[in-house]
Write a protein that binds this ligand. Structure first.
Ligand code: PLP
Length: 404
């Protein structure tokens, strides 16, 4: 008889977004006259940039003609896209990354979940707490987590690095030296960033200990401060210890179109093996490439028009972020994030739990946000609002919260 993968049984129910939906639906049904504003979503709302749409159209037409039709894409991505990525995201910033160190994919969620496959089962994994749940759950599925410990509010074998107001939402080196370290800056959910000299300390730490950093740069395009690095490869020695994940979702609105990429420098070697070779093998065996038309759309993001258009959309979201940040500060809330990231992280007032504050916001202001505890034990007492909504609705929501 077949045996199932029992590691899956260690997963904790992902109650967060279903619980939110349940509460919101119940409230909406009981109060049909109330206008509910959602500032909890982690999805973009603005349409794709015109340069991307135009590129999609012409790529679709190419697929309809025998002379320009394309079948399977190259495993690791089309040259035109990998060259545009290398040039714009790395060379221009002074990072030494070559096109053949870039692996094009359907997004950073799958890459951040799949990347652990090239590492042994007995590696110790460290994550920030609060955290983007994919890093944890995929390591649970792979059998690296041990059992869930209710008292600890986390898995036995996972090393949690608390990110709270006490440390400016930046992780500290853990007591146990981990093998795999997941970092995400600008951060989801806290909106926090770390400066280049701090990231450099992590790179030095990883190189000293033989660890590998998996650096999620999904929100890189939201950075406005000069001292905040856009890529870990701005740090000395990162080619020897870091893998970087990128997405076209948050910078260019590709959440429904799907495109991302992973960088593995050829200098990243562990136990005498290039991680680049392992990931290339994994990609070649399990993946048949992102669609041609989507890779053309990705290329258009780097065009002059594309760059101007995505900037405009990012500015739109960041105007929301500024309004939320400013309004809540004036109302006496303790808030952070929202400057180099589309997320605002606030401390719940009067010592309310994350869920108590959720209920208060829903019933008193008809605004939906995300309870911080849903991202980890150290998210308790915090709450996430996102800047991905419509401006007018965001203004209305903030004005209601301020009047509470
Ligand atoms: C949204 C997000 C991603 C991007 O996911 P895609 O699969 O590319 O849409 C990656 N990491 C974090 C932390 C995110 O919030």
């Amino acid at each position: 008889m077949v045996k199932i993968n029992k590691d899956y049984l260690n997963l904790q129910g992902s109650y967060l977004f279903s619980e939110i939906a349940k509460k919101v639906n119940a409230y909406a049904q009981a109060n049909p006259d109330k206008e509910i504003i959602r500032l909890g979503i982690g999805d973009v709302t603005r349409p794709l940039p015109p340069a991307v749409i135009s590129s999609l159209h012409s790529a679709v037409d190419e697929m309809g003609r025998a002379e320009t039709f394309r079948g399977y894409a190259p495993d690791l991505g089309y040259e035109f896209l990998r060259n545009a990525i290398a040039e714009n995201d790395f060379i221009k910033r002074g990072c030494n990354i070559a096109a053949d160190e870039i692996f094009v994919s359907d997004g950073a969620k799958s890459d951040s979940g799949n990347i652990q496959e090239i590492f042994g089962k007995d590696n110790v994994v460290a994550v920030c707490d609060p955290v983007y749940p994919v890093y944890v759950d995929t390591n649970v599925m792979a059998g690296r987590s041990g059992k869930y410990d209710c008292e600890k509010g986390g898995f036995e074998k996972i090393v949690y690095m608390p990110c709270t107001s006490e440390n400016g939402f930046a992780p500290e080196f853990p007591k146990t030296v981990p093998d795999l370290i997941y970092l995400c800056f600008p951060n989801n959910p806290t909106g926090a960033t770390i400066e280049k000299d701090v990231l450099q300390e992590w790179v030095d730490y990883a190189n000293k200990n033989g660890s590998v950093i998996i650096y999620d740069a999904a929100y890189e395009a939201y950075i406005s401060d000069q001292n905040v690095p856009h890529s870990i490869y701005e740090c000395e020695g990162a080619r020897e210890c870091a893998i970087e994940l990128h997405s076209f979702s948050k910078n260019a609105g590709f959440t429904g179109l799907r495109l991302g990429y992973t960088v593995i420098p050829k200098d990243l070697v562990r136990e005498g093996v290039k991680l680049h070779s392992l990931w290339a093998r994994r990609h070649g065996t399990k993946y048949n490439g992102a669609p041609y038309i989507v890779q053309r759309a990705g290329e258009a993001v780097y065009s002059k028009a594309g760059q101007a258009e995505i900037k405009e959309t990012i500015n739109y979201y960041m105007r929301n972020a500024a309004y939320i940040l400013d309004g809540l500060k004036k109302a006496g809330y303790t808030v952070s994030g929202g400057v180099n990231a589309p997320y605002i992280w606030l401390k719940t007032p009067e010592g309310l739990t994350s869920w108590e504050f959720f209920d208060r916001l829903l019933t008193k202001a008809n605004v939906v946000g995300t309870p911080g505890v849903g991202f980890g034990a150290h998210g308790e007492g915090y709450f996430r609002l996102t800047a991905f909504g419509n401006y007018e609705a965001t203004v209305k929501a903030v004005d209601r919260i301020v009047k509470l």
